[in-house]
Design a protein around this ligand. Structure first.
Ligand SMILES: [Zn+2]
Length: 307
């Protein structure tokens, strides 16, 4: 079993589908930090979902999926770029107590203030261009329903998701109804076909998804349908953090803030939340951040963005 994303189409239904299974990359996320089982389940399901949406969007850039929680889990983040390179992390509240059977609601929506956000961050931003972010209240009792509700509101497309994760593997299935075109008999016939493929997928249980590879799942669900599969793609773990990016983040905090932190701590130690890489900035490094900035401002023509 290796990390795979498989797109497919039905010959006689205006529906596109994708299946994903992520094991290696998911192990790499968990090797860096251990999470209580219910948190790992949510984060794993978000990984599959981010890969499925990223492959479905045909967008050159990273998709960042976040749940801002108001319970024992404060934040869950998964990023996936156009090459299906993923990273993920979760932040728990201090002294968080998490029961083995905690639900999504228990974890992130205890007081009804949980938020779900999707950010589309273009790979080659033009100067001044911002990432697009959609943020909604947490509507649904599973990661899959939260995303389905989000998609229905933002894209007005019927999208259904089935997700499952344990500490070994995460798998997901996405079905999306395509707009009616002349090739099929009628919108009503489209709806019937859509209902049919969704009904078959709805027989999938979490246990079955966790124990069965995606090609077997595809055959088991749709053996009576004419299904066309595309070239499989490979999701992988990748963290794009760098000393330069951490330096830029420190610069954004401003010189005064940095100098006061240095006075307290002597050195700033920043750990990447996603991969655990450590970055140390002493007084000399920090001073350099602001000098190079001044130099760059002096040398660069106005209007050029520096990354
Ligand atoms: Zn990193």
């Amino acid at each position: 079993m290796s990390d795979t994303l498989q797109r497919f189409m039905f010959d006689s239904s205006p529906v596109r589908g994708e299946l994903v299974e992520i094991s290696d990359a998911w192990q790499q996320v968990q090797a860096r930090r251990t999470y209580p089982a219910p948190v790992a389940t949510v984060l794993g399901e978000m990984m599959s979902a981010a890969a499925l949406l990223s492959a479905n969007l045909k967008f050159n850039g990273a998709i960042i999926m976040q749940i801002h929680g108001d319970g024992p889990v404060q934040l869950l983040v998964v990023e996936c770029d156009s090459s299906l390179r993923l990273r993920a992390t979760a932040k728990l509240a201090q002294d968080a107590v998490i029961a083995d059977d905690a639900s999504l609601h228990d974890l992130v929506n205890l007081h009804g203030h949980g938020r779900f956000a999707i950010t589309l961050d273009p790979a080659d931003k033009l100067p001044g261009q911002q990432a697009y972010q959609g943020i909604v209240s947490l509507d649904g009792d599973s990661v899959a329903t939260v995303i389905e509700n989000y998609m229905l509101r933002s894209e007005q497309l019927d999208t259904r998701l089935w997700l499952a994760a344990d500490n070994k593997v995460t798998r997901g299935l996405l079905l999306q109804k395509l707009p009616h075109e002349g090739g099929t008999p009628s919108p009503q016939a489209d709806n019937d076909r859509w209902d049919h493929v969704v009904m078959l997928a709805s027989t999938l249980g979490k246990e079955e998804m966790l124990s069965t590879d995606i090609m077997t799942l595809l055959n088991r669900l749709y053996w009576e349908e004419q299904v066309r599969v595309f070239e499989p793609r490979k999701p992988s773990f990748h963290c794009g953090c760098s000393r330069e990016k951490v330096g830029n983040m420190l610069k954004m905090l401003g010189r005064e803030e940095i100098e006061s932190a240095l006075a307290d701590l002597g050195e700033l130690d920043i750990d990447c939340d996603f991969c655990g890489q450590k970055y140390a900035f002493d007084a000399v490094d920090c001073a350099q951040l602001f000098t190079t900035d001044m130099l760059a401002d002096a040398v660069q023509p106005p209007g050029r963005q520096q990354h």
